[in-house]
Design a protein around this ligand. Structure first.
Ligand code: PAF
Length: 291
């Protein structure tokens, strides 16, 4: 009789596509349900909620750490994006992750960024944040499609904090008939309401004090919508002005349907989204409304 170990397996860390595939093939053969969390590392409590959702839904759990150059614009923070790989590895292992995939850029883009096939998700990629970050969502869709093909997960978890990203990925998965269930995890906030983000580290102490106002303004807009107000442009304008008056440089505040279309007076399921710069940081947040 063979003894079956009840001890959890230690997490493996791999850097190549071939090494991931080898593990995945074995797990698929054993009938395991594979849950996947793609990340750019610098893990915080917001990521840990994605990771907990993955651990709840699957019986093998894979996380990737890859700062994806394709989703950064030429003047964005790719070079300075915080990289904390050892701490990330410790956190993932403690959360029960089975496999951490940490490729380098050449492993993901062997043909280079320009030579790679790109996945474009029309319309959704060019509105809201897409207007201010041309090419960003194409970069996100491309890397997520590649990671899905490498990891072949049954399900993958994305945060509602990046609501437009979540919507772009849902559309890509539906349009390309990818057999991956997309699970949305709620935004995790600091005690003063600021949505957790790696980019909060760019805020000075003074900026950090006013940063929660973005969530407060979204809350004010949501309250008007819930009360039946459908003067969307007026609601958006009031939030933009309020943010400007305290030092933000808002890119947009927008009321949309849950699939990011323009709403009508009878739209019931809405989301209010905002992006605003504060000092060196670009903050995004959103609040969902049912009315
Ligand atoms: O949300 C992120 O961290 C990234 O956009 C993702 C989904 C890992 C793709 O690089």
């Amino acid at each position: 009789m063979t003894a079956v170990s009840t001890h959890p397996q230690p997490m493996e860390v791999v850097t190549t596509v071939a090494a991931v595939r080898e593990r995945i093939r074995r797990w698929h053969g054993e009938g395991r349900r594979i849950a996947f969390v793609p990340t750019m590392g610098n893990l915080h409590a917001g990521h840990m909620s994605l990771i907990q959702a993955a651990a709840r839904h699957g019986d093998r759990f894979v996380a990737s750490i890859f700062v994806n150059p394709m989703q950064f614009g030429p003047n964005e923070d790719f070079a300075h994006y915080p990289r904390t790989v050892r701490e990330d590895e410790r956190m993932l292992a403690a959360a029960g992750c089975n496999l951490m995939f940490m490729p380098d850029v050449a492993e993901i883009y062997p043909q280079g960024l320009e030579g790679s096939v790109h996945i474009a998700v029309p319309e959704l990629s060019t509105i809201l944040c897409g207007r201010f970050r041309p090419g960003h969502f194409e970069g996100v869709a491309t890397v997520v499609a590649k990671l899905f093909n490498i990891v072949e997960p049954h399900m993958a978890v994305f945060g509602e904090k990046d609501y437009q990203q979540l919507t772009v990925i849902r559309r890509m998965v539906a349009d390309l008939c990818m057999p991956v269930e997309i699970i949305a995890a709620p935004t995790v906030r600091e005690s003063d309401g600021l949505a957790m983000s790696s980019r909060n580290q760019y805020l000075t102490a003074d900026e950090r004090r006013i940063a929660p106002a973005i969530y407060q303004e979204l809350g004010r807009a949501a309250a008007r919508l819930t009360a039946g107000d459908s003067h969307f442009a007026e609601i958006e304008g009031a939030a933009v002005r309020a943010l400007e008056s305290i030092g933000f440089r808002p890119e947009y505040v927008a009321v949309r349907t849950r699939t990011l279309e323009l709403p009508g007076p009878d739209s019931r399921e809405l989301v209010v989204l905002a992006a605003a710069r504060l000092g060196r940081a670009r903050l995004i947040d959103n609040v969902q409304v049912s009315r």
